[in-house]
Design a protein around this ligand. Structure first.
Ligand code: ATP
Ligand code: MG
Length: 232
């Protein structure tokens, strides 16, 4: 089972969501981004683990071509990427969460083509809708390439009460597109997401009674239901 967190637009929350999902779903993780946002979060997790055994590091893979690798990540030769992804795709039990880079590129495309489900985080400002139109094109191309549907679920991220009109416009746009499904659960603009990242944790480990934790728990629950439905 491959869950690819993707959007060619930078800074929409891919790494934030991928790190939370990987740890909460007890999944392995592949960090395709040379910035290593996911792998560096996991390095922090290793040091937290020494003090708190409940914070379990994620099994993290990075590509050889990404350059100097974080201490605890496994290096994957680029030529092995397809084989590596195939092994998860054919496995119903073991999950892989892929954190992709915020641009359109060959490896990101492969992560889409091989995905069982795609999670696409967006913050619904005007600019994000434009970005989502671009992502729709990429997704449609990937679907053509595989000749199968690649279910894509848009996760509305960084919701702030003050931009309700933009949110409504954005939701209408997503609902109108065949390529996209909309997750019912959303994530608010909350400092806990940044704090959790910096501390090598997910938001539930950071503070299980926070609003961010409740929102993330709802997202995980919804994604688990989707996994059941998509895998059959
Ligand atoms: N729901 C949220 N509430 C508050 N801050 C958030 C939220 N989601 C993401 N952020 C913050 O927004 C910034 C960008 O998030 P993140 O790094 O996850 O995006 P990304 O899509 O992975 O970016 P890139 O394309 O550069 O890889 C980070 O500082 C992150 O902490
Ligand atoms: Mg990122």
């Amino acid at each position: 089972m491959i869950i690819t967190v993707a959007h060619q637009k930078g800074g929409t929350g891919k790494s934030t969501i991928a790190t939370n999902l990987a740890s909460l779903l007890k999944a392995d993780m592949l960090d395709l981004d040379k910035q290593y946002s996911g792998a560096l979060w996991n390095e922090q997790r290793y040091s937290v683990h020494e003090r708190n055994s409940k914070v379990v590091p994620v099994r993290m893979m990075v590509l050889e071509s990404s350059g100097s690798k974080p201490a605890h990540a496994y290096t994957l030769p680029d030529v092995e990427l397809l084989n590596f992804l195939s092994s998860y795709k054919n496995d119903k039990k073991v999950k892989l969460v892929i954190d992709t880079a915020g641009f359109d590129g060959q490896n990101n495309r492969l992560a889409l083509v091989m995905a069982d489900i795609v999670i696409t985080p967006v913050a619904l400002s005007g600019v994000e809708i434009f970005g989502l139109q671009e992502f729709e094109k990429i997704l449609i191309e990937a679907k053509k390439q595989t000749g199968r549907d690649i279910p894509c679920y848009v996760l509305v991220n960084r919701v702030v009460k003050s931009s309700k009109i933009r949110l409504e416009d954005g939701l209408a746009f997503i609902k109108d597109k065949d390529a996209f499904n909309l997750l019912k659960s959303r994530l608010g603009q909350r400092i806990a997401f940044q704090r959790a990242y910096e501390n090598g944790k997910n938001v539930i480990e950071l503070n299980k009674t926070s609003l961010a934790a409740k929102e993330m728990a709802a997202v995980v629950k919804e994604i688990k239901q989707i996994i059941k439905k998509e895998i059959k």
